[in-house]
Design a protein around this ligand. Structure first.
Ligand SMILES: Cc1cc2nc3c(=O)[nH]c(=O)nc-3n(C[C@H](O)[C@H](O)[C@H](O)COP(=O)(O)OP(=O)(O)OC[C@H]3O[C@@H](n4cnc5c(N)ncnc54)[C@H](O)[C@@H]3O)c2cc1C
Length: 272
């Protein structure tokens, strides 16, 4: 006889933590579970905890300084916000699969699977609210990625809110790399830069795929430099980025070349 299959729809956190056991699958949009199955009948975990009935996870709030997204806000709802959302995040999300998938896929699921939104949220210094049975905590997007890599056992924590600072970035570039063999996403690179009185005052260059690549030493080389950027500074930037990438263990040569081209195109845009 088949094992009993059940789907829970908790309406508040008390209910959620009472049914969310270690063998239950927490389901937001459910697209990650179906993504690689490729069969007529989809297989789902016997116990599913669906987040649909938690209304507050669908909320979007905005202040002058930041926008806050509930974790089950879908990617298409974020895209529909247009200029209310930093450009680099919009561009990263627009490249996710197709509109049907983006209607279901949530920002929380995307962050958990470290997909298209991750590089933009790291570059924008986003913060995440995590809730467990014992309370909630805020954590930086960067710390979240590090903790995920370091902890062998996944903590029973619900991602509830994503807070994104709304600062103005004059340069917002984003590139999604796909494998030439199976067309699967290899990760996303983003570069954002702020300009004050014609001087680069801040720059963030981040790649997120199976690993996170980010080098403060590369970014610092351009801070304080005037626009249009002199060729010697662009060269120094690219040399340091190559130096950093060359030291990353097991980095595929093709991805390394893609990341060099991305950085090169980005800084050349600042020389014009
Ligand atoms: C064919 C196909 C191709 C796709 N290609 C891409 C692509 O190239 N790039 C891309 O970015 N996306 C892609 N996606 C979409 C991708 O699956 C979603 O962007 C996203 O990763 C999953 O969102 P979801 O809401 O469906 O998550 P789910 O499938 O519901 O959950 C994904 C994981 O996150 C966990 N989770 C979800 N919400 C929370 C939460 N609030 N707190 C804690 N854990 C949580 C779940 O337990 C699960 O482990 C593709 C989807 C399909 C079907």
């Amino acid at each position: 006889m088949d094992a009993l299959k059940q789907v829970f729809f908790p309406a508040n956190y008390t209910e959620l933590f009472s049914v969310w056991s270690s063998d239950a699958f927490l389901c937001a949009g459910g697209t990650a579970q179906s993504r690689f199955q490729g069969k007529a009948l989809l297989h789902f975990a016997p116990t599913i905890v669906a987040l649909d009935a938690l209304d507050e996870l669908r909320r979007i709030t905005r202040t002058e300084r930041y926008i806050e997204l509930g974790s089950t806000v879908t990617l298409n709802r974020i895209i529909a916000l247009g200029k209310a959302v930093p450009d680099v995040l919009l561009r990263s999300l627009e490249q996710v699969a197709d509109s049907q998938v983006r209607n279901l896929a949530t920002i929380g699921g995307n962050i958990q699977c470290r997909l298209n939104s991750t590089a933009a949220l790291l570059a924008l210094d986003a913060r995440y609210e995590l809730r467990s049975v014992s309370g909630s905590r805020w954590i930086s997007a960067y710390r979240f990625s590090v903790e995920k890599e370091e902890s062998a056992v996944q903590r029973q924590e619900l991602l509830t809110r994503i807070r994104i600072p709304l600062e103005k970035w004059e340069y917002s570039l984003c590139k999604c790399f796909v494998s030439p063999f199976d067309l699967e996403s290899r990760g996303v690179a983003v570069l954002i830069a702020r300009v004050k009185k014609n001087v680069l005052s801040d720059i963030h260059l981040v790649f997120a795929g199976h690993t996170i690549l980010h080098d403060t030493a590369t970014e610092t080389l351009l801070i304080g430099k005037k626009l249009p950027l002199k060729e010697e500074y662009a060269d120094m930037f690219l040399e340091q980025w190559l130096h950093y990438l060359s030291a990353v263990p097991d980095l595929e040569p093709l991805l390394c070349a893609n990341l060099m081209n991305f950085a090169s195109d980005s800084v050349h845009g600042m020389m014009a």
